[in-house]
Design a protein around this ligand. Structure first.
Ligand SMILES: [Zn+2]
Ligand SMILES: [Zn+2]
Length: 386
């Protein structure tokens, strides 16, 4: 029967064998922050590393599991502590490859020669974009941890069970007038779509015999001088594996460039977030798609300055006009495209630099139907003798 190789869980977390539970927890948190899938969207290496450190933490943070691991050099749910004790008493020699043929080279993971030095690195630069999961930030951390612990780890088999797609975030530049009056915006987005070959299943073809256990579902592993018969980590004891889908590399999704057209409501503000439900990355295995968030970046205008739904303009007046009163034409967002300007009555005794308000000449509100902002006219002093 083939044997599997032992993993160096301590090395993976960059801690000593004498590490306390607290050391392990801290080391894991630090690494998890670096390799968390939310921080490294689409990065398979990071995802793989995240699974490895999660597995290491799963074993080492559990007192019972850690004890078995310490005694045998590996962990399996099928081994009870008494067996491990007996094996440990039998001798502490380096685990030898099991008899019966297959050597370590057939093992899917080989941690020897793995460079763990970068695990000890300094602080992690947090990415600004990318992580837009509802609830935000690191809230989903614990959920993902516990989710991973329950999976058959170590296997190269595509993961089963529905996985929801992640959210996407894009910044969209919209010119001043489109934001004020509304219109359509177009952009190209890159999003993960359900793989057309495997339809999100991540595997292709019929199940084959597991090459690691040759279909038996079990492999042997040495613990001290004792040989253990454990569940095959590659096929999870089923004796069968499925080919990874060649189109999507077993991801269940492919990255596609997609043109997107969406409506900008009149009165859309700078910095506004528009959520397009279900337009984020596709889920796998029937999991739901994430959402797409568009952050509006509204352009400026040489004459009109916009603050919320209000418009500010500066209009020159002479001292005489201000002192004696006058009627002057001022530009508004309505008059801008050839429409009539609005007449503003300057009452006698007005000071230059004073601001006058034109009610409801501002931007229509995007959130409140029929409501408009104001236009605020700044009366700037003109030098008569220039
Ligand atoms: Zn596929
Ligand atoms: Zn197997």
């Amino acid at each position: 029967m083939p044997s599997t190789q032992n993993k160096d869980y301590y090395g993976l977390l960059g801690v000593k064998k004498t590490a306390t539970a607290d050391d392990i927890r801290k080391a894991f948190r630090k690494l998890a922050r670096k390799y968390h899938p939310d921080v490294n969207p689409g990065d398979k290496k990071a995802e793989e590393k995240f699974k490895e450190i999660s597995e290491a933490n799963d074993i080492l943070s559990d007192e019972k599991k850690r004890k078995i691991y310490d005694q045998l050099g590996f962990y399996s749910d099928q081994i009870d502590p008494a067996q491990a004790e007996a094996a440990a008493r039998g001798g502490y020699g380096r685990p030898r490859p099991g008899g019966g043929g297959a050597g370590p080279q057939e093992v899917p993971f080989d941690f020897e020669g793995f460079d763990f030095s970068n695990f000890e690195g300094g602080s992690t630069a947090q990415r600004q974009a990318g992580s837009t999961a509802a609830g935000g930030g690191w809230g989903g951390f614990r959920d993902i941890f516990s989710g991973i612990f329950n999976q058959q780890s170590g296997g190269r088999q595509p993961q089963s069970g529905p996985q929801p797609g992640t959210d996407l975030e894009y910044t969209v530049n919209v010119d001043f007038w489109t934001a004020v009056r509304g219109g359509t915006a177009r952009l190209q987005i890159l999003r993960q779509e359900t793989c057309p070959t495997c339809h999100g299943k991540a595997s292709s073809g019929a199940p084959m015999q597991c090459p690691e256990c040759h279909g038996t579902g079990h492999v042997t592993q040495m613990g001290g001088r004792m040989k253990f018969n454990i569940q095959c980590p590659r096929c999870g004891g089923t004796g069968k594996v499925q080919n990874m889908c060649p189109t999507c590399d077993g991801e269940g999704v492919v990255i596609k460039r997609e043109p997107l057209e969406f409506r900008i409501k009149p009165g859309t503000r700078d910095g506004q977030r528009i959520r397009l439900a279900g337009k984020g990355n596709a889920g796998t295995n029937g999991g739901p798609s994430g959402d797409l968030y568009l952050i509006i970046k509204a352009g400026t205008h040489p004459v009109f300055t916009r603050t919320g739904d209000d418009i500010y303009v500066t209009v020159p007046v002479t001292m005489t006009e201000a002192a004696l009163g006058a009627k002057i034409d001022v530009p508004t967002i309505d008059s801008h495209e050839g429409g009539a300007r609005t007449q503003l009555k300057i009452p006698p005794g007005t000071q230059t630099g004073q601001k006058l308000r034109l009610r409801e000449k501002g931007v229509p509100s995007a959130s409140r139907e029929g409501v408009r902002g104001d236009e605020i006219v700044d009366l700037a002093k003109v030098n008569l003798f220039r």
